[in-house]
Design a protein around this ligand. Structure first.
Ligand code: UTP
Length: 296
């Protein structure tokens, strides 16, 4: 039996330059897909997976994330006085439980590895999840929940993986892996044998890419203590993960679901359409409105 995964880190310290000017004064993670900010989807996924403690690694200009998950007594009385109690219940459900949420600061966006390292004092000696809000995953069973179920069988370290077009390997962390199912005994688990951040197409060991869901062992912090800048001049999480390979089981998890890259404009718009189309209150109306565009 492995220790339960009770804590999740949400790195939200990046600049979001691909969405400028929208992200000049607003965090990328607060961009809404239909009517919920990206970071709320991430938190809901964590809660559904049984996460009890929520650790946000924030930076300059990110305080609206704290306000979003806070209790709002003004909104409560305003909505109540207008008879909008149902709407208040929706708003209230976004509040995170007292004592279970922490915000720590990444003073400079030095990279994802550095952002995770900033949460080291808040994790202690237990496994933890990392969720990147800009990888939005639509699935029947939330992706992290799928991963935690698999983790309880194998322990160690685990990353969500999916196949990407070979021409896109230089946008992702890419794994090399033992291709035999016998290596793990599972259709969804792959035994990771190597990791490389954003390899050129001709140097990529595979097209199996790491997507923004991780279950990590706290020993990764010792590796991050020493981590130098890597691809793009940033302190990369992928580079530190390579150091875990010799010391513990390391699996990729081929999750069931559809992933949208909401850090990219086209992916974000695609997610907005897909999530709206799947909603009972919007799908038919939106399909009717989009039809002329699709037909023309
Ligand atoms: P990205 O690699 O998408 O970087 O980060 P970014 O800065 O947010 O966006 P672009 O590339 O400039 O448009 C993936 C996730 O990791 C967080 C981001 O906030 C995002 O949620 N991150 C990234 C940090 O917390 N700190 C960093 O130094 C870098």
């Amino acid at each position: 039996m492995f220790k339960p995964v009770r804590k999740a880190i949400f790195p939200v310290g990046g600049l979001g330059t691909r969405f400028l000017p929208a992200t000049k004064a607003m965090p990328k993670e607060m961009l809404p897909v239909v009517d919920k900010p990206l970071i709320q989807y991430a938190v809901e996924e964590a809660r559904a997976a049984g996460i009890e403690e929520f650790i946000f690694v924030t930076g300059r200009g990110k305080s609206s994330i704290e306000d979003h998950f806070d209790y709002s007594s003004e909104l409560k009385s305003a909505l109540h006085s207008k008879g909008k109690d149902i709407l208040w219940r929706l708003v209230e459900s976004t509040t995170l439980p007292p004592g279970k949420v922490a915000y720590t600061r990444q003073p400079e966006p030095l990279g994802l590895g550095h952002a995770v390292w900033c949460a080291k004092p808040l994790i202690g000696d237990e496994p933890f999840a990392v969720i990147l809000a800009d990888d939005l995953i639509q699935s029947d069973i939330p992706c992290l929940q799928q991963m935690i179920a698999a983790y309880q069988q194998v322990g160690g370290a685990m990353v969500a993986v999916m196949e990407v077009p070979m021409a896109h390997t230089d946008r992702y962390g890419i794994v090399s892996f033992d291709p035999s199912h016998a290596a793990t005994g599972s259709r969804r688990l792959v035994k990771v044998t190597g990791l490389v951040e954003k390899p050129r197409v001709d140097l990529a060991p595979s097209n199996l890419a790491v997507i923004g869901r991780y279950i990590l062992d706290p020993r990764v912090f010792a590796l991050l203590d020493e981590q130098k800048r890597g691809a793009g001049g940033e302190i990369q999480l992928t580079d530190a993960l390579s150091g875990l390979l010799p010391i513990m089981p390391f699996h990729g998890y081929r999750f069931a679901g559809r992933r949208f890259d909401c850090g990219d404009k086209a992916g974000f718009v695609e997610a907005t359409v897909a999530f709206a189309m799947s909603r009972d209150d919007l799908g038919d109306d939106l399909a009717a409105r989009l039809r002329p565009w699709i037909d023309s």
